[in-house]
Design a protein around this ligand. Sequence first.
Ligand code: NAD
Length: 486
Amino acid sequence: MAPEIKYTKLFINNEWVDAKSGKTFETRSPHNGAVIAKVAEGDKADIDAAVAAARCAFHRNSEWRLMDASERGRILNKFADLYERDVQYLAQLESYDNGMVTQMAQMAVAGAGKSIRYIASLADKIQGDTLPVDGDGFSYTLKQPVGVCGLILPWNVPILMFLNKVMTALAAGCTVVVKPAEQTPLTALALAALLAEAGVPKGVVNVVTGYGETAGVALTHHPHVAKISFTGSVQVGKLIQQAAGVNNLKRVTLELGGKSPLIIMDDADLNIAVPFAAHGVFAHQGQICVAASRLFVQSTIYDKFVEAAVKHAKGIKVGDPTDASVQQGPQVDEEMMNKVLGYIEQGKREGAKLMTGGKRIGSSGYYIEPTVFANVTDDMTIAKEEIFGPVQNILSFDTLEEVIDRSNDTSFGLAAGIFTTNINTALQFSKHVEAGIVWVNTYLQMGCQAPFGGFKDSGLGRENGLHSVDPYLEVKTVTMALPKKF
Ligand code: NAD
């Protein structure tokens, strides 16, 4: 049964309002393409209103700024209670709007409750230092919230992205304007309602649904936005970094894409490596920034591995994401489905060997067969660009030295993995691979305590972990003279 859609308007100053233009846009079911809701289409005028509300809520005399840090943490914990109360509904809504399979939605959405409490616990642990200073004096640092933050979300894991960014900004004491992805606007609105119910004062959290080219651009250019945190494509990440310097100097955190290498050494246990390699690239239809989309298999076991990988891919159950037994659902929308199918055609044209899959499934919804390519080489487009789809590209290598260099021969640097039973191999690879996250004999294992982000074009800064609030803070040094006589 379809979940009830309670919110489709903009959320500004704790009120639900229409877009000033009166416009709406459609959000569609990835399962069958049907329109599931018409949502307010915010643009520059609405971003201006939301930023004004967030700025007012950030005034030094506002309720939010005068609130003590423990109370801020208590409100975020209250939000965690409400989130856990509604977790089934939120998982259903995520699956409905995004196409995430129920298995994953329930696991990811339920796991996020831990993450909210973890970040909430940081709210009252933000503290400065006392410093030695030249001459007779006393110096200390204050860590203060940076101001109004613009948080621009992707469509692939909307709830997790909302929580990561909004919770961290609030724990730091900032106020926010959130711009969800146009493909998946619904869960951000549901979460905003829960934050208001938890007692977050008006204007602290605002959500403006709409398009990147209008609402997103207005947010990244707004002179009263102090910081932008963005997750999405490298292309837009670069535009955001430029926009951030146009009207003021915004702080920027970027979590962008990847072309993550996963290495299978010939001493690995294939009973473990084959399913993990498949999970690494087929989970969530391949729409994960850390997807293991370059699979390097040592030449001594290459044929054996490919055979097992193909068998595994053929066994993946694809279908309606609301069916609890389904492992792979639809791509998020028609555009993304066509983009992935385009990469598959290019792979074939450039000489990769299609071992299984490669086609759209049916004509309703945006389903693609789990696809495996063998004989992939480094120069092929499918080995270089982020596909964001269920496409496993298997390359061959001979030595560890060689595969480390080939792993690093990319502008990306988000994640990497290796399967081996040799500890020295694991340590050497982990040391030399250029990636922000390295997995050994596992893949996609994550936790809110572990910093997440990339080297090179995969991003700027880190989310999660003890230091996740730092990018939302300014450090102020205060120095006082000590009187000579007392
Ligand atoms: P995108 O980067 O275009 O969009 C992500 C978000 O940015 C959306 O909220 C969008 O409205 C907004 N946006 C777009 N243009 C903007 C602009 N000029 N200024 C400000 N905001 C803007 O991503 P997409 O087009 O939806 O997906 C394209 C590709 O991005 C995918 O194929 C995939 O490779 C990659 N992607 C990566 C991630 C990730 O987790 N790193 C997530 C989603 C998509």
